[in-house]
Ligand binder design. Structure first.
Ligand SMILES: Nc1ncnc2c1ncn2[C@@H]1O[C@H](COP(=O)(O)OP(=O)(O)OP(=O)(O)O)[C@@H](O)[C@H]1O
Ligand SMILES: [Mg+2]
Length: 229
């Protein structure tokens, strides 16, 4: 589904502040997989996710997505592809400041019963007509996840989607992701600092200093409800 070969990413190339963030990563994500990405802060996880999803261009290497070589596409073509197939949950939420949570969630897609019931289940109904800055980090994070889910994309990239959530809320969110992966075969690539979350994924990739140092299948995938939090 997504195959990256010898991918590198350099910021500020040939300048004094040049930084080589990704140093030749090979990674193949298969359809329906739930892959977690772990690694120390600053190791390049967010950059990796943005490159895999087409949000950032890569410096060298190749990314083939659904048999399409992303490197050869122009910006418009990449955007068209991203719009139809890919959803991204940002580490910093990226909600639009002057829109309410409700308007952010349904920015590009029509209201749906599914999302409306998650607004209740995840207990953010009371904040739904507030602006992001009037909301807690957790409320904003839930809205950012719902905005991504409203798209019903085939591939969901999540950058620490439960970073601002307590244990109970984390389980509620993760259980929806696990359900999507099982019932719709949604492909999920998720960055986490939480070991528990790796237990619900089918594969764990470890990034260290811009390189992939481990890539392990998990033969004993836990269901979210069994996680201890
Ligand atoms: N747009 C950018 N311009 C310059 N440097 C960048 C840019 N984006 C990321 N970096 C650098 O790349 C390195 C990796 O950053 P990245 O955000 O990918 O790490 P991370 O593994 O996601 O960390 P964390 O766990 O803290 O979120 C950092 O040194 C960062 O400063
Ligand atoms: Mg990050």
């Amino acid at each position: 589904m997504i195959k990256a070969t010898n991918m590198t990413k350099v910021f500020n190339a040939n300048k004094q502040n040049e930084i080589i963030v990704l140093k030749g990563i090979d990674l193949e994500i298969t359809e329906g997989e739930f892959c977690t990405i772990v690694g120390k802060s600053g190791s390049g996880k967010t950059t990796l996710l943005k490159c895999l999803s087409g949000l950032e261009t890569i410096t060298t290497g190749e990314i083939v997505m659904n048999k399409k070589n992303m490197v050869g596409l122009n910006k418009k073509e990449v955007n068209a592809f991203r719009r139809s197939d890919i959803s991204f949950v940002f580490q910093e939420y990226n909600l639009i400041d002057d829109l309410t949570l409700h308007e952010n969630i349904y920015l590009e897609h029509p209201t749906s019963e599914e999302i409306e019931s998650l607004i209740d289940e995840w207990d953010i109904r009371k904040a739904i007509h507030l602006f992001p800055e009037q909301c807690s980090g957790g409320q904003q994070q839930k809205a950012a996840i719902l905005r991504a889910l409203s798209k019903k994309a085939k591939i969901l990239f999540c950058d620490e989607p439960t970073g601002a959530l307590d244990g109970k809320s984390s389980k509620e969110v993760l259980s929806v992701l696990q359900r999507l992966q099982k019932s719709h075969r949604t492909t999920i690539v998720l960055i986490t600092h939480n070991d528990q979350i790796t237990h619900i994924s089918s594969r764990v990739v470890t990034i260290h200093d811009g390189k992939k140092i481990k890539d392990e299948q998990n033969s004993r995938v836990e269901i979210v409800e069994n996680l201890e939090w």
